[in-house]
Design a protein around this ligand. Structure first.
Ligand code: HEC
Length: 170
């Protein structure tokens, strides 16, 4: 170990030579203005993640579970009339935050510190049950921009039928 340190010290010292002082360089001629680079390509739509639920959302999901939300199924799932009605709900009440592509990048959503849930991100979608999502729509997530928006039970199921068919198809 000691020998190594000594070796390094010698090696470090060996390179030290006094260099002649360089003459001051003449000022550089101004460069021609380069054309601005093209704007970067737009990010791919509905990029996966990473808007993970914050603590307030997690607390709401726990509350929903305690209320038995996990055992609920969507009675409207896959029904065309429900999906159509849910689309209207979504486009009037939700799209400003959750975005037309379900990526949380609606006009209002993009500006929020805690981004709205991304319905198009499978991992995020699967993280809560459909019953918990329904509870969230009905009750909101206290302390976040996700307020209860006055949907009826049925309308909330319609919205979820739409979300699932639109953003989780495959
Ligand atoms: C003002 C912005 C805003 C509006 C409008 C809004 N949301 Fe949200 N939503 C949020 C935010 C913020 C969260 C919480 C994100 C987090 O922390 O995960 C959220 C979370 C959710 C969740 C929970 C996600 C999950 O996977 O458990 C659902 C479901 C949801 N919103 C549905 C809706 C529906 C349906 C509408 C329209 C009726 C709507 N939201 C309108 C901002 C909004």
């Amino acid at each position: 170990m000691h020998a190594l340190v000594v070796l390094f010290t010698i090696a470090a010292c060996g390179g030290e030579e006094t260099k002649p002082v360089e003459a001051a360089k003449p000022p550089e001629a101004p460069k021609a203005v380069e054309p601005a680079p093209p704007p970067p390509a737009p990010a791919p739509a509905a990029a996966a993640g990473p808007y993970t639920p914050d603590d307030l959302a997690k607390a709401a999901y726990e509350k929903a579970k305690a209320a038995g939300a996990d055992s609920q199924e969507n009675p409207k799932q896959g029904k065309p009339e429900a999906i159509a009605a849910g689309k209207t709900e979504y486009e009037t009440k939700c799209v400003s935050c959750h975005g037309a592509k379900g990526d949380g990048m609606g006009i209002a959503g993009a500006a929020l510190p805690q981004k709205p849930a991304q319905f198009a991100w499978k991992e995020r979608w699967d993280a809560t049950s459909i019953g918990v999502k329904h509870w969230t729509i009905m009750n909101g997530i206290q302390g976040t921009a996700m307020a209860p928006l006055g949907l009826t039970d049925d309308q909330a199921w319609d919205a979820l039928a739409y979300l699932e068919s639109e953003f989780q198809k495959q």
